[in-house]
Design a protein around this ligand. Structure first.
Ligand SMILES: [Cu+2]
Length: 129
């Protein structure tokens, strides 16, 4: 007995395949947008000997933000002890650090990679309101 398996014409099969791929791409884009939205607004911060710009960053209580660091002249560090985060900031790339401002107050962040004579002056403040 011959099994009669229906076969889709090749062009239709290709179209269905492409459609599934597009759906997968759309779903992936949606997921990455969602992930991005959860990381809050993006605040660009430049790190160079011996300062961060901006050095004062205002946040709202409960706000989650992503700090997008660009190191200009050295592998600076970023350490925010009150937020339990630190990162190396490599020149030539953007380093993203996401933090959540839990309680109002002033919190210091600082460079924790020795970067020269005024390294200890390289710091900044989060002001959470
Ligand atoms: Cu530094």
């Amino acid at each position: 007995m011959k099994l009669d398996v229906p076969r889709l014409p090749r062009r239709v099969a290709l179209k269905i395949g492409a459609g599934l791929l597009l759906d997968a791409a759309a779903a992936a884009a949606f997921v990455s947008l969602r992930a991005h939205a959860d990381e809050g607004r993006v605040i660009p911060v430049e790190a160079r000997r011996f300062k961060y710009t901006p050095s004062e960053i205002r946040l709202k209580k409960g706000e989650t933000v992503t700090l997008a660091f660009t190191a200009i002249d050295f592998v600076h560090g970023f350490s925010a002890p009150d937020f339990g985060v630190r990162s190396d900031l490599l020149p030539g790339r953007i380093t993203n650090v996401t933090i959540t401002a839990k309680a109002p107050g002033r919190y210091t962040f600082l460079c924790d990679n020795f970067c020269g004579d005024h390294h200890e002056d390289m710091n900044g403040t989060f002001i959470v309101e």
